[in-house]
Write a protein that binds this ligand. Structure first.
Ligand SMILES: O=C(O)C(=O)C[C@]1(C(=O)O)C=C[C@@H](O)C=C1
Length: 372
């Protein structure tokens, strides 16, 4: 990436502002024509897909990941690669909406980090609907009312989201993608609340935990009240005096709150991983992950036996979680993530052996590694 400030150091004096704006106008027209041409191409793609299959799936996560990665690799600056990818994210989102708009359900309410993750993944042209619980998001996609769902699965500070893992035990939905979001918490107040008057702080229990040290240092005497979501915390603060909320940018914007302090999370690299759930398999993108759930009978060495084939076939595991089984047939189920796609021969070889050793194995999906 080129340093953005360095372009200002060049001897730009003497260049006429009017001439630069004329140049920008000309470029904008070219960009406009090119985007329109691209959109028309996407419309043709839709016709080709429909001719091949009347039930065609228009959204192609593996292709989108390839497009975004290619843009980042080609980018020469001065805009950062991620910035450029975000612009293309929106272009693709609009192109897909021309083919057929994506309907995505997410764990709400509006203003939560999950909404931010949904927007980051699908872009602004997707039709996103908040639902009050993780299992409702699963049900909405199972019923076909939404094409995809967005649910949180793990946080770098707080660990795994058990509701999401448990929901995977009873569904035939597949994981179609992942999004990782840097979580920045802000201390938000309404316009009538002064910094030294904050006596109560609302947030989701996980966010209160993620900012515990900061709160101990700066607001040791304020009452901490856990509510159902960060967005709910922001909503309450909007109509109260002397209270503050810990929440993110979306909630601050939605409820018009002021940021008293920014980025108050204790761990600077605090991030949450979200999963995109849908009802189809995703072809390989070139850089993929696979998630599976395996159940084991409770016997000595069972976990070792389960994992050993991955090691032998050089399949790189990225996560292992255990949850008590809810069906009583076996004691534990294991959620395993690894690098690679289920269509790759070495992954298939490992899976074949794992299937012989476990009581039950279900691949939850192979999907592109989150790009943005
Ligand atoms: O390549 C496709 O299959 C398209 O539909 C085009 C396109 C794009 O705009 O690049 C749009 C939506 C898909 O999710 C992936 C890519």
């Amino acid at each position: 990436m080129t340093d953005q400030s360095s372009s200002l150091d060049n001897n730009d004096q003497g260049v006429d502002l009017g001439a630069l704006r004329d140049r920008i106008d000309t470029l904008d027209q070219q960009i406009l024509d090119l985007i329109s041409e691209r959109a028309a191409c996407a419309q043709q793609v839709a016709h080709v897909k429909l001719a091949e299959d009347p039930e065609a799936v228009f959204y192609r996560p593996e292709r989108e990941a390839q497009v975004l990665k290619r843009i980042m690799a080609l980018n020469k600056g001065p805009l950062a690669g991620e910035e450029m990818a975000r612009l293309f994210r929106e272009i693709m989102s609009a192109c897909l909406a021309l083919e057929k708009p994506v309907r995505a359900a997410y764990l709400g309410p509006e203003g939560t980090f999950t909404q931010q993750a949904a927007l980051k993944h699908f872009g602004d042209s997707a039709v996103c609907k908040p639902l009050p619980a993780i299992d409702e998001v699963f049900r909405e996609v199972e019923a076909g009312a939404a094409n995809y769902g967005v649910v949180p699965v793990e946080n770098s500070t707080e660990g795994v989201v058990n509701h999401t893992l448990d929901s995977f035990m009873d569904t035939s939905l597949r994981i179609c993608g992942e999004v990782v979001l840097r979580i920045h918490h802000h201390l938000l107040v309404g316009s009538n609340t002064r910094r030294d008057k904050v006596s109560r702080i609302y947030s989701h229990s996980q966010s209160l935990a993620q900012c515990r040290k900061w709160l101990d240092a700066h607001y040791p005497h304020a009452e901490r009240v856990a509510v159902s979501s960060n967005a709910e915390a922001a909503r309450r603060v909007k109509s109260e005096w002397h209270t503050a909320a810990i929440a993110g940018d979306m909630a601050a914007r939605l409820y018009g709150l002021e940021r008293l302090e920014e980025k108050i999370e204790d761990m600077p690299d605090n991030s949450t991983r979200f999963l995109i759930i849908g009802n189809h398999d995703v072809p390989p993108s070139g850089e993929d992950k696979t998630s599976l759930v395996a159940s084991m009978r409770n016997q000595p060495g069972a976990l070792h036996d389960l994992l050993e084939p991955f090691h032998r076939h050089h399949v790189d595991m990225t996560r292992l979680e255990s949850r008590p089984s809810r069906h009583g047939l076996w004691n534990y189920v294991f959620f395993i993530d690894f690098k690679g796609h289920q269509e790759e021969p070495r992954v298939q070889a490992a899976l074949e052996e794992v299937r012989l050793r476990a009581a039950d194995v279900r691949v939850l999906g192979s999907y592109p590694v989150g790009v943005l």
